[in-house]
Design a protein around this ligand. Structure first.
Ligand SMILES: Nc1ncnc2c1ncn2[C@@H]1O[C@H](COP(=O)(O)OP(=O)(O)O)[C@@H](O)[C@H]1O
Ligand SMILES: CC(=O)N[C@@H](CCC(=O)OP(=O)(O)O)C(=O)O
Length: 260
């Protein structure tokens, strides 16, 4: 199987939706890849928009180990910011770049099974892959799925899933190649220098030293899970960096390689 035959699962962090230029560059990159026959699933976060909307509604944000504690009264605002605003802002940018997309969430078409992760986190979801037929159908039409990380449990409860974890579940579902794009060029060492590659023991050491923390800890752990499961590296890079996007469009490795 050549790399182009593999679906590319691209995850973007929420800071992207606050940067018109970044969105335009990313969607132009996606348009190029689609034109080359590369299938792309775009998974998105939206943490910044959630923060803004909670604040506007007089609510506090609490995070535990990089995950947002999600009390029931915050769920409508969080679902609105992620499955609504963030998803549609990205679809608008896709249309502007000539990319036909399907806006969806983890709740669509039996994509995943979702359960409450940990009672202390409230309505935060833990997801596992279930049925890829809908997303594969969308891809077969040449459309780009744009997927938010809102899921629904079998009891009909809306759940907030960390978007890096949403991306890992979709990568597993389509057996795809996973690239996590954030607002930093990759995993940085204690001096702010880009680390070219990391394996499990190196990650454990940097977490213990406090060099990898918060959202980046969640991200590298999600990346490592997929890398080990699929026996292939997962890349952590930046949507801000035009050179990294250009390299990505050429199928080249970018940022930090999280290795099995
Ligand atoms: N070692 C590290 N290297 C790079 N970023 C780190 C590191 N440790 C913590 N971070 C933080 O993690 C952030 C990226 O995680 P996160 O905010 O969750 O991104 P995203 O919203 O793009 O998923 C960086 O902006 C940085 O503040
Ligand atoms: C449970 C949990 O933490 N959910 C995240 C979902 C969005 C996200 O992950 O956004 P970024 O990729 O922009 O960080 C949140 O509420 O912020």
């Amino acid at each position: 199987m050549s790399t182009k035959d593999k679906v590319l699962v691209l995850k973007v962090g929420g800071a992207l939706m606050q940067c018109e230029m970044g969105m335009a560059r990313l969607m132009d990159t996606a348009a190029k890849m689609l034109a080359q026959g590369q299938k792309v699933v775009l998974v998105h976060g939206g943490g910044y928009l959630v923060d803004e909307q909670l604040k506007a509604n007089g609510m506090d944000t609490v995070k535990l180990d990089g995950l947002r504690v999600t009390p029931p009264e915050q769920m409508p605002i969080i679902a609105g910011a992620l499955a609504g605003m963030s998803n549609k802002i990205l679809q608008a940018a896709a249309i502007k770049a000539g990319v036909a997309s399907v806006g969806m969430s983890l709740a669509d078409a039996n994509l995943v099974d979702a359960v409450i992760k940990d009672e202390r986190l409230g309505l935060v979801g833990d997801v596992s892959p279930k049925d890829g037929s809908y997303i594969n159908f969308v891809l077969s039409q040449g459309w780009m799925p744009i997927v938010s990380s809102i899921a629904v449990s079998s009891e009909g409860q809306l759940l907030n899933v960390n978007a890096d974890q949403a991306a890992t579940v979709l990568a597993k579902l389509v057996r795809g190649k996973l690239v996590l794009l954030s607002d930093v060029s990759g995993v940085l060492d204690g001096k702010g220098q880009l680390i070219a590659s990391l394996n499990r023991s190196e990650i454990d050491d940097l977490v213990k030293l406090g060099v990898i923390e918060k959202g980046m800890k969640v991200k590298v752990e999600a990346a490592l899970e997929v890398a080990e499961l699929m026996g292939q590296p997962v890349q952590v890079a930046s949507w801000r960096d035009a050179a990294q996007l250009a390299a990505l469009a050429q199928g080249e490795a970018v940022g930090t390689q999280i290795k099995p």
